[in-house]
Design a protein around this ligand. Structure first.
Ligand code: FES
Length: 119
């Protein structure tokens, strides 16, 4: 089963998840990486789940259009939207931003401004 390591605000959290897990879905049902992972919409729109992948990026699917749209140049820096893929192998990530509970808008504010959409 995949091992997940999250670095956030100077702390590190490790846990094991089932293969084919989506970290935001898990956090939404109060399973690790909850309460350490910031997230919001779960649909690739808000950017709250943006995290820099430190290791394991080679085991992830290619970024989809939602990640390209939300992350822009940050994709090249290793950022991904954790709500947009399921993991099948170990992953180590770092998430910027405030501690959970203070997350509304703060993580998204670090992202490039979003253009209005019709979707
Ligand atoms: S939770 Fe909103 S983009 Fe991932």
């Amino acid at each position: 089963m995949p091992q997940v390591m999250i670095h956030k605000n100077g702390e590190s959290y490790a846990g094991e998840v089932k293969e084919n897990s989506n970290l935001v879905v898990r956090a939404g049902i109060r399973q690790f990486p909850w309460p350490h992972l910031n997230y919001g919409c779960g649909m690739g729109r808000c950017g709250s789940c943006a995290s820099r992948v430190i290791s394991g990026a080679d085991q992830l699917p290619a970024p989809n259009w939602k990640e390209e749209k939300a992350l822009g140049a940050r994709l090249a820096e290793g950022y991904r939207l954790m709500c947009q893929f399921w993991i099948t192998a170990d992953i180590e990530i770092a998430q910027d931003g405030p501690a959970p509970g203070q997350r509304r808008g703060a993580a998204a504010a670090a992202l490039p401004p979003r253009r209005p959409t019709q979707d």
